[in-house]
Design a protein. Structure first.
Lengths: 275, 231
């Protein structure tokens, strides 16, 4: 029984590899079909979210992706995907580009390529103010909540090895579970936490974000492996946005003082794809 | 794409995660089936009882539960229902493993609705004269059911109950949406940590398949050991 199963798997894997080799140049394919399919979360304000008025997906990463589409001369089509589905969707060719609050880390470099870093955030933990937890070490032995498929679980376990982690399909569910008291903390990118707290209205005084960063997360756009032409046009577009000052304007539009996030300045530059 | 790494499933951290997931899946299944079967018998008897009000109660339960998807049940029992409880009770519940409890409640109530219908059909398959004869001999409703009808009905019910049990085993995977660390949940965790989707989901598939085949074997044995005997 063992051999046939193994050889079957090998042939399936070989077939998969052949399919991915068949698309030699993705950029040419994108130009041919006249659209670039961009995988976004659509649930992560302000990176990508559904605008309640226009019902369109908008946001910081959406603006960056639109600039790239304009540069290539095609239309950008946005496809909403789940956090855990991001890398598989890209690898299997169902999206051409990921603009989905994607952390650039060493482990993932073996799977996909990354653009220049488009955002830098830290992961932090939100707790209820009444919990008496002052900083991250006090989470030892407690239950924390977060989303499946990201780097959050790994980072909080690294910071507090004895922590108990429960993960959900979306960040909203994890935040909801915190509000209901189902865990002591909720782990996410700082920008998302700030935005989540801002949504609470008057109840926001009941929550606080612990000061210590669990990690520094460089976010970048995800590109399939070995697509140098596409990576070049993506990086060139981002570098031009940085040079012209447009990147700063886009940042201020979504993260600046007039937004819920209220960042007064940008603490990073889009100039490197090294981490 | 890297090859299939069997070693990853046999030793080490990912092996431990997946085995822990399998244990939770089995616990969830065992607890659910142990609660769902008796509940299903009760609901089936409600629907067959001589009193209108009880019939209505049984029918309402079955229709309300059966016509809403399982995922909605689980989300309701995890996020919705406990919020109606007083704060003190809530805090006690949440301090424990409420994810598991909510999944067990949701799955039990859901499976019982389907199983009740299987058992009810089984009871109706026993000729009514047997029940009437038992009553004529002086047995009440419940003793007549317990001593005469149910022993025969449950034998008839084995095949449909088995499919329901297999469905229940596979349905435990939905508990991942409310954060129960069962097989599916741990496979997703291995996938995000190591990008070994083929290995993780291969393991999960083998577990569900093996569990379902084992249930089928048990049912075949029960069917031989206690064959259908009715007039």
């Amino acid at each position: 029984m063992r051999l046939p199963l193994k050889s079957l798997l090998v042939s399936v894997l070989a077939a998969t590899t052949l399919v991915s080799v068949a698309h030699a140049d993705q950029l040419a394919d994108i130009k041919k079909k006249g659209e670039i399919v961009v995988g976004v979360l659509g649930t992560d304000e302000p990176n990508s979210f559904v605008d309640p008025k226009s019902r369109e997906i908008v946001g910081y990463e959406v603006d960056l992706a639109n600039a790239i589409a304009r540069k290539i001369g095609v239309k950008a089509t946005f496809k909403q995907i789940a956090v855990a589905a991001r890398i598989p969707e890209l690898q299997q060719g169902r999206v051409d580009l990921l603009a989905a609050s994607l952390t650039h880390n060493k482990e993932r470099e073996a799977q996909i390529d990354f653009s220049l870093t488009t955002f830098v955030t830290g992961q932090k933990v939100m707790v209820k103010a009444s919990s008496g937890i002052a900083d991250v070490p006090q989470l030892a032995g407690k239950k924390v909540l977060t989303v499946k498929g990201g780097t959050q679980e790994e980072n909080v376990r690294k910071a507090v090895p004895s922590v108990d982690v429960v993960t959900f399909e979306t960040t909203q569910q994890a935040f909801q579970a915190l509000q209901q008291g189902k865990g002591a903390g909720y782990v996410n990118d700082e920008a998302t936490l700030v935005n989540d707290i801002a949504k609470l209205g008057p109840a926001k005084k009941d929550y606080k974000i612990l000061p210590t960063n669990l990690s520094t997360e460089p976010l970048a756009l995800g590109i399939r492996k070995n697509e140098p032409a596409l990576k070049k046009v993506v990086d060139d577009t981002l570098a031009e946005l940085e040079k012209s000052g447009e990147a700063d304007k886009i940042f201020m539009k979504w993260y600046g003082p007039t937004t819920k996030l209220q960042f007064d300045k940008r603490s990073f530059k889009i100039d490197s794809d090294k981490i | 794409m890297p090859g299939f790494d069997l070693q990853l499933l046999l030793h080490g951290q990912y092996h431990e995660w997946l085995v822990a997931g399998l244990r939770v899946s089995l616990e969830l299944f065992a607890l659910t089936i142990a609660c769902a079967l008796p509940l299903a018998v009760v609901v089936a008897l409600l629907r067959l009882s001589p009193w209108r009000a009880l019939q209505g109660l049984g029918a309402t339960y079955v229709e309300v539960v059966r016509n809403v998807p399982l995922i909605a049940h689980l989300l309701f029992w995890y996020f919705g229902a406990p919020e109606l409880l007083p704060d003190a009770v809530k805090q006690k519940l949440y301090a424990g493993n409420y994810e598991f409890i909510a999944a067990a409640i949701g799955l039990t109530l859901y499976a019982a609705a389907f199983m009740a219908e299987n058992i009810r059909s089984g009871i109706r398959a026993i000729p009514a004269v047997q029940f009437e004869a038992a009553r004529a001999l002086g047995l009440g409703f419940l003793p007549a059911m317990r001593r005469v009808v149910l022993p025969q009905a449950l034998r008839v019910t084995v095949p449909p109950l088995l499919s329901q049990t297999v469905i229940l085993w596979n349905d435990t995977s939905i508990a991942t949406v409310i954060g129960v660390a069962e097989l599916m949940y741990q496979a997703a965790r291995v996938e995000s940590a190591a990008f070994r989707s083929a290995e993780a989901f291969g393991f999960v598939t083998a577990c569900y398949l093996a569990g379902s085949l084992a249930l089928t074997a048990i049912a075949a044995w029960i069917h031989r050991r206690w064959p259908v005997r009715t007039l």
